[in-house]
Design a protein around this ligand. Structure first.
Ligand code: HEM
Length: 456
C-alpha cells in the first residue's frame, strides 16, 4: 500500500476534539519520568486513556496513537512525515542524506533506487548466501558450548546484509569489523537519545572513546567499500551498483555524500533489527522446547534430513509462524515517530502542524483488544483460520505506507532460514549468568543472552 491509498483527512479541524491528557502526569515533569523508567509498560497502558492521547514531556506536548487502525491511518497519511527527536539524533550521527531520514521527492527517488534490490523476485539470488551463512553459524558452535547470542546474532545479520547487498569477497573480513562497530554505535546512540547530556559525551571517558572510534570506523569502512568497488571497475547487479549509478531528479549522478549516507542508512537499520530478532528467536527456542522440537521435526520432514535451503523456506509453516510470533511479542522496532506537516486529524482528534506523534508496535502487538491470550507465545495463532481474526495493522512489524521497511521479504527469508538451520542441529538451554530480560534501546533485545547449544 502507498500513501496515495490513504483516506483524505477532514479539513475542518475546528470541529475536532482535543485528545485527552494521559493520566499520571507529574507537575513540571509530565510523563517523562514514567516514560524513561519503564517505556514498554508506559506505552502499553496508554490505550486505557484514549485512542489518541496527549503526553507531556517537560514543556513539550507529544501525541500518542494507541489503536491499530489509527497507527495505520498515521503511517498512510501524507499529513505526517519522518521527523522528530528520534530522527534528528539519528541524522546527526549517521548522516542526513540517507533514505531512512529523507522526506518528499528525495525520499521517493531514493526508494526507487533501492527498491529493486529488495523486491520479492530479487530474493532467490540471495538464497545461497543466506543459506551458507545460516549453516556457517551452526558449524561455528560446538556441542555443549556456551554461545554469546548478542555477538553471534550481530555477526550473521551483518554478514548477510553486507554480502547480499554490497557483494564482494572482501565483505567477509569487513563484515566482522562492521558488526563490532555497529554494536558499539547503537549502544552509544541510544544512550545519547535517552539521556541527552550533549557536552558530557565529548569527555574522554572510555565509553565515549569507544563510541567515537566505532562511529569513525563505520564511516571509514563505508568509504573503503565504495572506493574499492569503484576501483574494481565491476558492476555486479546489487544495491551498491544501483546506488553508484543513481541519478538525481535532473538526471545528474548523485553526490558522494548521498552515496555514503545511503549505504550507512541501509546497513544500520538492516543489522540491528535482524540481529535483535535473531536473539529473541534463540531465546524463544530455549524457553519453549516444545516449539523447538516442532520446528526440528518440520524441517526434517521437509528436507528429508538434508541441509535446509532457501527452496524449503516457503513450506516451513510452523517455523515461519514461530518467527512471526517472536516478532509480535518482541518487535525489534518498538517505537516509531512522525511529525504533522499541517493541521490535521486522527480519529476525530485535532493534531496541530508541527506536532510529534509517537506509537509503539510493541504495545499494539501485545494489546488484549487485538489478541486472545495476548501475552502467550502461540505460533498457531498465525494459521490462516485464526490469523484472519487479527485486526488490520495489529501486526505490522515492518510498518506500512511509504516508509514501510523495504526489507520485509529479505528479512523474513533469512530469519526463517536461520531458525530452521539452527533448530535442525541444536536445542538450546540458558546457562547461569544469562540475562534474557528486555533491554530497551533503539531496538528491543535481551540484555545478555547466553545459551548452551545441545545436539538433539
Ligand atoms: C524502515 C523494521 C530489517 C532497511 C523500517 C521501518 C520498520 C522497519 C518498522 C519503518 C520505520 C518507520 O515507519 O518510521 C524492520 C524490521 C526488520 C528490518 C522489524 C527485521 C527484523 C531491515 C533490513 C534492512 C532494512 C535487513 C536493510 C538491509 C530499512 C530501511 C528503512 C527501514 C532502509 C527506511 C525506509 C524508508 O524510510 O523509506 N524497518 N526492518 N530493514 N528499514 Fe527495516
Amino acid at each position: 500500500m502507498t500513501v496515495e491509498s490513504a483516506q483524505p483527512l477532514t479539513p475542518e479541524t475546528s470541529e475536532l476534539r482535543e485528545p485527552p491528557l494521559a493520566g499520571g502526569a507529574v507537575p513540571g515533569l509530565g510523563h517523562g519520568l514514567k516514560l524513561v523508567r519503564d517505556p514498554l509498560a508506559f506505552m502499553s497502558r496508554l490505550r486505557e486513556h484514549g485512542d489518541v492521547v496527549r503526553l507531556k514531556l517537560g514543556p513539550k506536548t507529544v501525541y500518542a496513537v494507541t489503536t491499530p487502525a489509527l497507527t495505520g491511518a498515521l503511517a498512510l497519511s501524507p499529513d505526517f512525515k519522518i521527523d522528530g527527536p528520534l530522527w534528528e539524533s539519528l541524522e546527526g550521527l549517521l548522516g542526513k542524506e540517507g533514505v531512512a531520514t529523507a522526506n518528499g521527492p528525495r525520499h521517493r527517488r531514493q526508494r526507487r533506487t533501492i527498491q529493486p534490490a529488495f523486491r520479492l523476485d530479487a530474493i532467490p539470488d540471495y538464497g545461497p548466501i543466506m543459506q551458507e551463512e545460516a549453516h556457517a553459524l551452526t558449524e561455528r558452535w560446538r556441542p555443549g558450548e556456551t554461545i554469546d547470542c548478542t555477538s553471534e546474532s550481530f555477526r550473521v545479520a551483518v554478514r548477510i546484509a553486507a554480502r547480499c547487498l554490497l557483494r564482494g569477497d572482501y565483505m567477509d573480513e569487513r563484515a566482522e569489523r562492521l558488526s563490532v562497530d555497529l554494536a558499539s554505535v547503537f549502544r552509544g546512540m541510544y544512550r545519547r537519545m535517552v539521556v541527552p547530556l550533549g557536552p558530557l559525551y565529548r569527555l574522554p571517558f572510555p565509553a565515549n572513546r569507544e563510541f567515537n572510534r566505532a562511529l569513525a570506523d563505520l564511516h571509514l569502512l563505508v568509504d573503503e567499500i565504495v572506493a574499492e568497488r569503484r576501483a574494481s571497475g565491476q558492476k555486479p547487479d546489487d544495491l551498491l551498483t544501483a546506488l553508484l549509478e543513481a541519478k538525481d531528479d535532473n538526471g545528474d549522478p548523485i553526490g558522494e555524500q548521498e552515496i555514503h549516507d545511503q549505504v550507512v542508512a541501509i546497513l544500520t537499520p538492516g543489522s540491528e533489527t535482524v540481529a535483535s530478532t535473531i536473539m529473541w528467536l534463540l531465546q524463544v527456542l530455549a524457553e519453549h522446547p516444545e516449539h523447538a522440537e516442532k520446528v526440528r521435526t518440520e524441517v526434517e520432514s521437509v528436507t528429508g534430513g538434508r541441509p535446509v535451503g532457501f527452496e524449503h523456506v516457503r513450506t516451513l509453516t510452523h517455523t515461519n509462524n514461530v518467527v512471526v510470533e517472536a516478532m509480535r511479542l518482541r518487535p525489534a522496532v518498538w517505537i516509531l515517530t512522525r511529525r504533522a506537516v499541517t493541521d490535521t486529524e486522527l480519529g476525530g482528534y485535532r493534531i496541530p502542524a508541527g506536532a510529534d506523534i509517537v506509537y509503539s508496535p510493541y504495545a499494539i502487538q501485545r494489546d488484549a483488544h487485538s489478541y486472545d491470550r495476548h501475552l502467550d507465545f502461540d505460533p498457531d495463532r498465525w494459521l490462516p483460520e485464526r490469523a484472519k481474526d487479527v485486526p488490520k495493522y495489529a501486526m505490522s512489524p515492518f510498518s506500512v505506507g511509504n516508509r514501510k521497511c523495504p526489507s520485509d521479504h529479505f528479512s523474513m527469508t533469512q530469519l526463517s532460514l536461520i531458525t530452521a538451520a539452527i533448530s535442525a542441529k541444536y536445542r538450546f538451554e540458558q546457562v547461569s549468568g544469562s540475562n534474557d530480560t528486555t533491554r530497551v534501546g533503539i531496538t528491543l533485545r535481551p540484555h545478555d543472552l547466553r545459551l548452551r547449544a545441545m545436539p538433539w
